[in-house]
Design a protein around this ligand. Sequence first.
Ligand code: PEP
Length: 250
Amino acid sequence: MRRPLIAGNWKMNTDHAAAVSLAEGVAKGAGDIDKADLLVCPPFIYLESVAKALDSSPVALGAQNMYAQPNGAFTGETSASMLTDVGAEYVILGHSERRNIIGETDGMVNEKTLAALEAGLVPIVCVGELLEQREASKTGEVIAQQFAGSLAGLSADQVGKTVIAYEPVWAIGTGKVATPEQAEEVHADLRRLLAESYNGEIAEKVRILYGGSVKPGNAAELISQPNVDGALVGGASLKPDDFLGIAAAV
Ligand code: PEP
């Protein structure tokens, strides 16, 4: 049985005081959540302070990105070992904002995924179609391409340590959530791809999160779908009550 994961992507939000207070709020309520794992992903600059605020709570810490190289002349970048050094256990990779605004390709996401696993981080690899791709009935094709490109060369053991997040781009930050049926259809496809590319045991093990306008009011229906193993939450992760409300809906 896959234990649901509720992950908060704070994006480029909060300041130092707000990040610490948000982490403290989540840590305080986490004791009441027994059916899901909790994770928060603050901006890089606040990772260490948030790690302190989460200390002795069950809430895990993650980053929103990293660079694939271990060290060297890569101005402005942050490596996987720097993330583990400050207490991060997870890293979000290939978020649609990085793919579509910063220009990250499947190849770059793939290099980062391999480097994250090598460093002992759990990668949360994001895939998702644009609205025009859905309207052109290309969702399955786009997801299969991102899946294959982002996870290329991973062993079955490495895929077993990876989390996948399905985030339809048209649902991110728009308030337009996918219906439970739309989410389940893609999640079931992803699980089939895992079974075909690796094996049935791995396919059953990997957590596949849904992301895109998840709120306390719609979380239960989404997460009760057989192949939806939790949520990657943007906007609603910025308020402890909303974030914990989503986790409580599991
Ligand atoms: C996200 O950024 O991953 C996300 C799903 O955002 P929101 O919940 O705000 O749609």
